[in-house]
Design a protein around this ligand. Structure first.
Ligand SMILES: Cc1ncc(COP(=O)(O)O)c(C=O)c1O
Length: 304
C-alpha cells in the first residue's frame, strides 16, 4: 500500500498518514460499512478502470441494503475514483471505496453516526500469485459455510460479513492450501473467500447461481459475456461437491483474483491437473478486455 499517497475523504484528498478515524467509530465495532474493490489497468491508450460504473452502482445497492445513507451520487464517486488514481500517479492498481458509520453512535442503531466515504488506491499485483495464475492454485473445501441470506445479505459487500471470508481464508492457508471454497448451508457449492467459481465438464460451463449465496460478481458477469461472445454459454445452476471432483476444469473469477485456474481441489487434481482450454481462453479474453483490446467491450472501461 506504499503507493497510496493520497486518500480521498469526504471531499478532500488527504495524505496517507492523515487519513484517520476515531477508535469509537461505529464501523470498527460492528462492521457497519460497505465497500468495493475495483481494478485499473495499464492499457495502450492510458489507465483504464474496469467496469467502474457497475462497481459504484453495487456500492450504492450495498449501502441501501444495509440502510446506510450514501448521499454521494454515482457520477460523483466515479469522478472521485478517477481523481484518486490520477493523484497517486498509478498506471494500474486497485481502488477501494468504503462507506462507513463513524462517530455519533456506539450503539447498534448507527443512525446518529456520521456516514464517512473514502476512496483509496494503490499499486497491486496478482492476488493469488503469478505462479497460481499460470499453473493453477490448490483449493480446499472450507469447514466454514458461506453466510446465508437468512442472516446476512450475500449479494452486498458489507464489511462485517467479511469475517466469514477471513475465517475461510485463514483456515485454507493454515492447512497448506492457496484458497478456500465455501459450501452454502444446504451443502451446495457457493464461492471462494473473495472469488466466484466456474466449472467445466464435457465442454459445458457452469457457475453457481445467485441463490447459492454468492456475491454477484462483476468479473463473473464479464466472463460470462466474454465466453458468450465466442458461442460458449455459461449455465447458472446448483453445483455439488461431487461436481467439483468430477470437473474437467475449475477457475475462480474476481476483481482481485481476475481469472485464476484451480489445479487441485481437496488434494484431487482437477482434470489433468493444469489449466484447461476454456480456462485459458477466459484468461486471454479477460486480459484483452481489461486493456481495451476488444472493441465490443471497450465500453467497460473508464479512462482516467
Ligand atoms: C465474497 C466475494 N465473492 C466474489 C467476489 C468477486 O466479485 P467481483 O468480480 O465483483 O470482484 C468478491 C470480490 O469482490 C467477493 O468479495
Amino acid at each position: 500500500m506504499d503507493s497510496a499517497k493520497f486518500i480521498w475523504m469526504d471531499g478532500d484528498l488527504v495524505a496517507f498518514e492523515d487519513a484517520k478515524v476515531h477508535v469509537l467509530s461505529n464501523a470498527l465495532h460492528y462492521g457497519t460499512g460497505v465497500f468495493e474493490g475495483i481494478r485499473a489497468y495499464e492499457a495502450p491508450d492510458g489507465t483504464a478502470i474496469f467496469r467502474l460504473r457497475e462497481h459504484i452502482e453495487r456500492l450504492h445497492r450495498s449501502a441501501k441494503a444495509y440502510g446506510i445513507k450514501l448521499e454521494r451520487p454515482v457520477d460523483e464517486l466515479i469522478d472521485v475514483c478517477r481523481r484518486v488514481v490520477a493523484a497517486n500517479e498509478l498506471e494500474s492498481g486497485y481502488i477501494r471505496p468504503l462507506v462507513f458509520y463513524e462517530l455519533g453512535s456506539i450503539g447498534l442503531n448507527p443512525a446518529a453516526a456520521r456516514v464517512r466515504t473514502i476512496v483509496a488506491a494503490w499499486r497491486w499485483g496478482t492476488y493469488l500469485g503469478e505462479e497460481g495464475v499460470a499453473n493453477g492454485i490448490r483449493v480446499r473445501i472450507s469447514s466454514w459455510r458461506r453466510i446465508h441470506q437468512s442472516s446476512f445479505i450475500p449479494i452486498a459487500k458489507g464489511t462485517g460479513q467479511y469475517l466469514n471470508s477471513v475465517l475461510a481464508k485463514q483456515e485454507a492457508l493454515a492447512t497448506g492450501y492457496d484458497e478456500a471454497l465455501l459450501l452454502n448451508i444446504d451443502g451446495n457449492v457457493s464461492e471462494g473467500s473473495g472469488e466466484n467459481l466456474f466449472l467445466i465438464r464435457d465442454g459445458a460451463v457452469f457457475t453457481p447461481n445467485v441463490s447459492s449465496g454468492i456475491l454477484d460478481g462483476i468479473t463473473r458477469a464479464s466472463v460470462m459475456e466474454l465466453l458468450a461472445s465466442e458461442g460458449i454459454e455459461v449455465k447458472e445452476t446448483i453445483l455439488t461437491r461431487g461436481d467439483l471432483y468430477g470437473a474437467d476444469e475449475l477457475f475462480f473469477t474476481g476483481t482481485a483474483a481476475e481469472v485464476t485456474p484451480i489445479r487441485e481441489v481437496d488434494d484431487r487434481p482437477v482434470g489433468a491437473g493444469k489449466p484447461g482450454p476454456i480456462t485459458k481462453r477466459a484468461q486471454e479474453l479477460f486480459a484483452q478486455a481489461v486493456t481495451g483490446k476488444l472493441a465490443e467491450f471497450r465500453h467497460w472501461l473508464t479512462f482516467v
